[in-house]
Design a protein. Structure first.
Length: 215
């Protein structure tokens, strides 16, 4: 089949994967509130302002900075239980997110979300912000994201972290990086990003060129 040809021979647009935190959504206020609540519940000394500067990796990785290894599973469960009440309404859509997803659909493609976030909570964010993803796959980080990207036939993966770049390259997908997260343009390029955009507002024009070049 051609790059955008479906199984029945009809024209089809690309499947584009998107990361969630700091790519599609600015979840820092809600995540900060959730960590503060976790500190109140547990008595732990946590720096929520520091935590929200390094979003991307799995929750357990961040918990390891603050809790003994033996307590991490318990704290992860508690955090995820607290999350819906404290993080969903405090989270904002990133500039250009609806237009970016709409551009994929306008090109006849599918927009999927592949994230390290706990999948039920990821879905709550998308529903609350009316982001029309065709599929949501959670609990995957860095190279592990390649599993879902391959399964869904994604030819492009958009993210804000060097881990997202590694996931795209492992899946043999084009890595499109945005500088709205913790990694700057130089870091993203050094990690192997094929394209670096300032933010999602630049994505529809880029996608139009990408699809035209492969028509």
């Amino acid at each position: 089949m051609g790059a955008y040809e479906s199984a029945n021979g009809s024209a089809a647009g690309p499947t584009v994967g998107f990361d969630l935190d700091m790519t599609l959504i600015d979840s820092r206020p809600g995540i900060r509130d959730t960590w503060l609540e976790l500190a109140d519940r547990t008595g732990a000394q946590l720096d929520a302002d520091l935590i929200v500067t390094r979003l991307g990796p799995p929750l357990e990785q961040e918990l390891a900075y603050w809790f003994p290894e033996a307590r991490i599973p318990e704290m992860a469960d508690l955090y995820r239980e607290l999350y819906p009440a404290h993080a969903i309404t405090g989270t904002y859509a990133m500039p250009g997110v609806h237009e970016a997803v709409g551009a994929v659909h306008a090109a006849g493609g599918r927009a999927i979300v592949v994230t390290a976030k706990y999948e039920p909570n990821a879905k709550l964010h998308l529903e609350h912000l009316d982001i029309a993803a065709d599929e949501v796959i959670g609990n995957l980080w860095a190279e592990g994201k390649a599993t879902a990207l391959r399964e869904h036939g994604a030819s492009v993966y958009v993210g804000d972290h060097t881990g997202d770049v590694r996931g795209a390259r492992t899946a043999d997908a084009l890595s499109v990086a945005v500088t709205t997260g913790p990694c700057d343009a130089a870091e993203l390029r050094e990690a192997g990003a094929d394209v670096v955009l300032a933010d999602l507002t630049e994505f529809p024009a880029w996608l139009e060129r990408y699809v035209a070049e492969r028509a």
